[in-house]
Ligand binder design. Sequence first.
Ligand code: ADP
Ligand code: MG
Length: 606
Amino acid sequence: MQVWRALRAVPGWIFPLAAGLVVLILPVLGADMATTRQIQLACILALVVSGLNLSLGYAGELALGQAAMYAAGAYTAGLLSQAGHTDILVQLAAAGAVALLVGIVTGIPGLRLGSWSLAMTSFFLVLLVPDVLAVFGGNTGGRNGLTGMAPPTLFGVELETDGFYYLVVVVVIGWFAVMRNLVTSRHGIAFRTLKQSPVLASSQGVSVFRMKLSGYAIGAFPAGLAGALFANTDLFISPEAFGFTFATAVLAACILGGAASVYGALIGAAVMQFGPNQSTAFQEYALLVYGGFLIAGGVLLGGGLTRLFRAGGRRLDRAAGLGSAPPARTDTGEVDVPRVDGAPLVVEGVRKAFGGNQALDGVDLRAEPGSVTALIGPNGSGKTTLLNMISGFYRCDAGRVVLGDTELQKMTSGRVARAGVTRTFQTPNIPEHVTVLEAVAAGRYSMDRASMASAVLRLPRFRKVAHADVVEAERALELVGMAHLRNEIATSLPLGMRRMLEVARSVVAAPRMLLFDEVASGLDEDEIERLGDVIRRLRSAGATVVLVEHNFRLVLDLADEIVVLAQGKVIASGPPEQVQRHPRVLREYLGVEAGDEDALLDEVNG
Ligand code: ADP
Ligand code: MG
């Protein structure tokens, strides 16, 4: 346990880097050519798999075209070499760029049309490879393969076998550093959010299409690099290497290692290379074996081999007494909500029909900054639909939604979020495999821009933003009384806490307006009290708060204005004293017969 504690105190990236350096110097340590060749091939496969981890494992896209990007990279390098450009750095740059371009060009239509069409476009791309190469047979050698490559050079010096091995390992170390820096940054959390739910991602101001395309295209890049390295390994490439069998091997290695992990790609690729690829009868049974690996990886170990390592790590953590939560803090006294520049929300004549179902039938509503406007009504009366219209998920059939002087009704949900509107969901919506702190910090994605490039290079700009993300997320967690849970896995929390997490996430972006959809349901007494407290602070800070709520006592306690919706129409609105005596509210919403009002009001007013 002492040893484990000491190990845990070391920054996590040291270990993979150290392992990489050991692999790098294997030839010096006396590894023979056959071994280093296998390692080199495993490294190349790992690059292809790593790109798939990004697009499939993190961004959740069914991208099956890695083999085609790999081919694009290989043929780019091959053709350059044929033409006398043997400089490996030039080839790598060109191959990476071509793969990126193929990713963008095929990703745009595939992603525009939805995830299954991406799966198909990218899969057909793989089937196209041999034919495309045959068409351009003059240069590529068609089905016979491309020959006539010269050995690679680096700064004018020809690379021998060992030299090329070093180069491959250095490229792999470099790419995995990029991948690690990307997925551990706010962009990595944004990818995971996108995988969980595009609706959630856009409610945090993420441009869903751009983000999806980035995941897919960046995932193509290492496949291009791998192609260039592969072409220079034997100085010969032929279409068979990039066919369906290879595509399946990539998928199997991805699932086996763990799609949503950085180093899982290395594990999966190594297992593939040193396992099935060694067998002599392999050519014949390759698909069978890969299929078996896919099923084993998919069914027996969801999360892949990396998940087993992680679970083992957590067990050791517990045994060593690491990572246990400090005692809960219940006082939120010191945390203040910074002043925000709230704006009035005006909803005018909003109509929305789903088929023949008129969910909203000409709704008018006004919510003032620095006040709480409660929206109540029976199930199915259109409350959630109205929130969805305000936050831009649905288009209005008619009517206007205006916040301050910004017309929201024509904006995409991402732009509405960037205009300062945050929300919670009736069913909590939280990405998997992220900590509470990360889930809350994700609410700041559209604030303080820091590009993916600055995240990869860990530039000062990124460090500053990442620091602010943590500080603000900690503050928001303290506000809702969850600071002690910061390192827990967010989706493992009970319902009430997941709701409070959503509240923290919607507060963290210092929004001008907050939309809460039945946040109090599933909360215990203490949590409801804290929620009330948080909402009061948001109100005093000047935010516009719209609260959809079934708990009538909480509504009476918090609301400055109540709007009652029934069958898509506003049937009453005004201050609580007025609305709670409204005969239609008593009858239609509270289900009270005339004469029983006083008894009911005594009850709800406690
Ligand atoms: P509430 O939140 O007040 O319980 P909703 O806004 O969820 O009510 O639903 C209002 C009406 O609109 C219901 O009849 C519901 O079935 C319908 N509705 C809501 N969303 C959709 C949708 N995406 N597609 C079809 N019908 C919907
Ligand atoms: Mg609802």
